[in-house]
Ligand binder design. Sequence first.
Ligand code: SAM
Length: 265
Amino acid sequence: MRSLKLAVTTSRSQTTDLVCQARQIARKLAVPYIGRGDCSLEAIAAALEVEGIVVVSPQRVACVTRAGEFFFHPSLAMLRIKELNNGKTDQMIEAMSIGPGNTVLDCTMGLGTDAIVASFVTGACGRVVGLENSEIIAFLVNRGIAAFPESDRDIATALRRVQVIPVDHREYLRMLPPGSFDVVYFDPMFRLPRRKSPAINVMRTLADPDSLERETIRLALKVAVKRVVVKEGRDSSELRRLGFNNVLGGRYAPVVYGVMDGQGV
Ligand SMILES: C[S@@+](CC[C@H](N)C(=O)[O-])C[C@H]1O[C@@H](n2cnc3c(N)ncnc32)[C@H](O)[C@@H]1O
């Protein structure tokens, strides 16, 4: 499990409630709470020699690192669900070949965008479990899911069905009996350093950057009844290295999906 050196504080507008929440989060993450006073986040980080500060503000709970602010936001999932509702296809869903009632193990949950879209498609009778090896990412996504307003029902019901487990996927896959999920899915960080975006830069400071191992794909093939799916950059050689011959994706899409048949049953 990847854990950063963190501290917790509030925004400059401090209320008793925010301080109470910040103290609770510090206890949960087993890291120091520091009263904000009038200090800048840079000053707190330098004084405590931490890599990130969890900031509890009236708007959200975020983790601020030297690269920027990371917080849960399902905006991309909302857009993809809207497109599915309008009858458009989603490349990931096509690659997974899932529908209502299917079960999906997302081994690299990150912000949870893919897991939320999968949960929307698998529905109330399906199941989506998201594994995340960064303690702070898993914490913020879990909290963001719990705090998401009910007003947007499609999204709220889809995201509340995602079960977040903070664990290294290799450890989890080894424990699972054969055929535990219909689809096992990976979207590793490996290719991301080539893309320049503030959101991705901040994610890179928190996430586990390791590429996938062939042994992990072997474990996943035992767990998957239907398919193992890996998302990669179109120009990446990763899918070939991992032994994927069947690669799906739109002709001009920047990402493609490697697909292998599961051996779970
Ligand atoms: C590119 S992001 C995934 C983005 C995600 N598909 C989404 O829709 O938001 C990859 C994530 O996988 C996590 N990760 C990498 N290796 C992992 C491992 N061995 N076990 C669990 N999570 C891992 C990283 O910490 C990172 O958060």
